[in-house]
Design a protein around this ligand. Structure first.
Ligand code: 45D
Length: 166
């Protein structure tokens, strides 16, 4: 496994992507917890975020069981060809980020499957968390966009799947 201790944002993206899906989810949630109040969804007007679209997708996820919610998030990371993956893939990067942010908030209010209380990050994920914390705020945002951007399935380029009809 390639692993680097350098703090360049691109290296951090590769390190993140080399973690398994569960470690990615867990790390992402810990990052959300650390950032806490510094995320202000209302702030940047000029960005390409579509709050209604993020909310619409979030509302679909809210309705399914906790187990299905977890599977859906694993599927996004694995780029599995599902309806939600394709809907997700059609969003702008910033709207993808807002969608993940809504999921993390949902974990805190009980609408989305929570982290198991005793869940431990691997050593590699732990190190990465420290490196992400060391980035400037703007670099962190760029890092997150780079993480969430390739998740899911881009419906404009992915061929139709005969097995699922998608
Ligand atoms: O049982 O310009 C495990 C906007 C193990 C506004 C698990 C913004 C097994 C516009 C897998 C761990 C706000 C969009 C269970 C900018 C097990 C704008 C479950 C900024 C249950 C810049 C794990 C937005 C799970 C930002 C379910 C900065 C983990 C947004 C789920 C940042 C983890 C968002 C989740 C972040 C993490 C979201 C959902 C950091 C989400 C993190």
């Amino acid at each position: 496994m390639t692993y680097t201790t350098s703090n360049s944002a691109t290296d951090l993206v590769s390190s993140f992507q080399s973690l398994d899906a569960d470690q990615q989810l867990a790390l992402f949630y810990f990052v959300y917890k650390e950032m806490g109040n510094s995320i202000t969804p209302a702030a940047p007007q000029a960005s390409t975020v579509s709050p209604e679209i993020a909310e619409g997708l979030f509302n679909q996820v809210k309705e399914i069981s906790h187990e299905e919610q977890l599977q859906l998030q694993r599927d996004l990371i694995a780029k599995k060809n599902t309806l939600i993956s394709r809907e997700y893939g059609a969003l702008s990067d910033t709207t993808k980020l807002l969608f993940w942010y809504r999921l993390a908030q949902g974990m805190d209010d009980g609408t989305i499957i929570p982290m198991p209380p005793d869940y431990q990050l691997s050593q590699q994920a732990q190190t990465l968390l420290g490196q992400i914390q060391g980035l400037e705020f703007e670099q962190q945002i760029t890092f997150f966009r780079d993480i969430v951007s390739p998740m899911g399935v881009d419906p404009t380029t992915a061929p139709a799947d005969k097995a699922t009809g998608l």
